[in-house]
Design a protein around this ligand. Structure first.
Ligand SMILES: NC(=O)c1ccc[n+]([C@@H]2O[C@H](COP(=O)([O-])OP(=O)(O)OC[C@H]3O[C@@H](n4cnc5c(N)ncnc54)[C@H](OP(=O)(O)O)[C@@H]3O)[C@@H](O)[C@H]2O)c1
Length: 227
């Protein structure tokens, strides 16, 4: 990935964008003036999801369209927002369109064991690393794991949390940090290489457990950073 120029992508495609996380991310990105393509395995489902977002925010001029996952992969920057078990295989199916691009992996591998959500250690240690291995010609960046869809999708309020951003390619990491800095109330934090995705993804199970015990929707806010 060329490190020299860090520019904000004009278009973002969201593979598996019809779920709560994809729709919320689409709304927030479009609210920042980015053209967003919500992708799905079914265009009808993408249309429903797109209408849901646009109808919720009639006074915002959001540029969001409904497409297939394959079409979403044609955007400048692409997000994989499927459940964790499908992330690598779904990305692999779009490998040609994703080659040379920055791809955000936001999936958390979590399962319910004896009534508690617990982290699953997937092949290669994290979902982000698994996605990277499935699309070696792309620059996978782990991000957004701890951002609750409810807060992300509420354009009336700043999101109010930090986002740990990790990638092996420093240019890709920097470009996602630039993108996320455009979103109201998100503070992206450089979290180093993709090997840290294992800890970042697993932490989500801890947060969800806290949420369930305290009846909250906690997220991550680091203290002690400059600024
Ligand atoms: N929800 C949150 O607050 C949140 C926050 C941070 C991170 N995340 C992560 O973001 C990802 C998406 O979360 P979500 O809650 O939006 O998930 P979701 O609703 O379960 O799934 C998102 C979309 O993925 C597609 N999908 C489902 N199964 C699939 C399969 N087997 N193969 C290919 N596509 C499939 C579906 O779209 P189509 O049927 O339209 O293709 C579905 O609408 C998850 O990995 C989650 O860990 C979620």
């Amino acid at each position: 990935m060329p490190n020299e120029t860090i520019s904000i992508p004009r278009t973002v495609g969201i593979i598996g964008g019809t779920g709560p996380a994809g729709r919320a991310f689409a709304a927030r990105l479009a609210g920042a003036g980015i053209d967003v393509a919500i992708g799905s395995r079914s265009v009808e489902k993408a249309q429903e999801a797109t209408s849901k977002v646009l109808e919720r925010w009639p006074d915002e001029s959001l540029s969001i369209r409904a497409v297939t996952n394959e079409e979403a992969a044609l955007a400048e920057l692409v997000v994989v927002a499927t459940p964790w078990a499908a992330a690598a295989s779904t990305a692999a199916a779009c490998a040609d369109a994703l080659r040379g691009k920055v791809v955000i992996s936001m999936a958390n591998a979590i399962t319910m064991i004896e009534g508690e959500l617990q982290p699953v250690i997937p092949a290669r240690g994290s979902i982000s690393a698994g996605v990277q291995s499935a699309i070696p010609g792309s620059y996978v960046v782990g991000a957004m794991h701890h951002v609750p869809a409810h807060e992300l999708g509420d354009l009336r309020r700043p999101v109010g949390c930090d986002v740990l951003v990790c990638a092996d390619d420093p240019g890709a990491r920097a470009s996602v940090i630039s993108l996320l800095s455009q979103l109201d109330g998100l503070r992206p934090v450089d979290a180093g290489s993709l090997s840290n995705a294992a800890a970042i993804e697993a932490m989500t199970a801890v947060l969800l457990g806290v949420n369930s015990r305290y009846g909250t929707r906690t997220t991550i806010r680091l203290v002690g950073l400059p600024g």
